[in-house]
Design a protein around this ligand. Structure first.
Ligand code: PRP
Ligand code: URA
Length: 219
């Protein structure tokens, strides 16, 4: 159910992803419905993006007999890195499906005139071996790519391995994909859609509007 449109990009074409995306795009969707839909869609995307997490074998005693099972590899820490604020809703569901993950909140907002990212918060979990960690950077929108590139600059300085980093977005613009892949080659991108372009305010077209405002009702 996934297709690649660029070697680094996987678009999840699952019908449930595309169905929920149409609800998010609709300008008449209420804040309450938007949040719930974002959460549902994010879960499908994250299931797709985490499909190659490493596992190890273990034996479990069932009420009947022994069963050979697979569990998430205990030697590979998982780091969820939401870009605030719109990434928050995705991180809540990510820790719901991966309870052992640590969360690294990165506060960035896009200056409305320059469209450049401004960092305002950075809270790093300290007990992780970053060199082997699998990192999922979460932000619903990849527009110019400025916020994504700034977040990845921070994450790479921790000593993470670029091939272990995945950027998960609901919608990506071609301009953002080009910027991210140029600045951070080797990072994988999982998204629900690659849209047409950016408009003169650097909003994604057709997009869904301002993801943070629609998620938190601050329009
Ligand atoms: C939005 C979005 C991304 C960023 C994408 O956040 O959630 O973080 O814009 O744009 P870019 O690719 O051009 O950097 P915003 O700056 O609106 O902050 P918010 O989440 O606090 O609303
Ligand atoms: N940020 C958003 O929330 N939406 C866009 O279309 C672009 C940046």
């Amino acid at each position: 159910m996934s297709t690649a449109v660029h070697p680094a990009v996987t678009v999840c074409n699952h019908p449930l992803v595309q169905h929920n995306l149409s609800i998010l795009r609709d300008k008449n969707t209420s804040t309450e419905q938007f949040r719930a839909t974002m959460s549902r869609l994010g879960k499908f995307l994250l299931m797709d993006a985490t499909a190659d997490l490493p596992t190890t074998r273990t034996i479990v005693e069932t009420p009947i007999t022994k069963a050979e099972c697979k569990v998430l590899s205990p030697d590979v820490p998982i780091l969820i890195a939401p870009i605030l604020r719109a990434g928050l809703i995705l991180s809540e569901l990510a820790i719901d499906i991966i309870p052992t993950a640590s969360v690294y909140h990165i506060g960035l907002y896009r200056d409305e005139e320059t469209f450049k990212p401004v960092t305002y918060y950075n809270k790093l979990p300290s007990t992780i071996d970053y060199s082997v960690a699998r990192v999922f950077v979460l932000d619903p929108m990849l527009a110019t790519g400025g916020s994504a590139v700034a977040a990845l600059d921070i994450i790479k300085k921790l000593g993470t391995n670029v091939s272990n980093i995945c950027f998960v977005s609901i919608i990506a613009a071609p301009e953002g994909i080009a910027h991210l892949t140029e600045q951070h080659p080797g990072v994988r991108i999982h998204t629900g859609s690659v849209d047409e372009r950016l408009n003169d305010k650097a909003y994604i077209v057709p997009g869904l509007g301002d993801a943070g405002d629609r998620t938190f009702g601050t329009m």
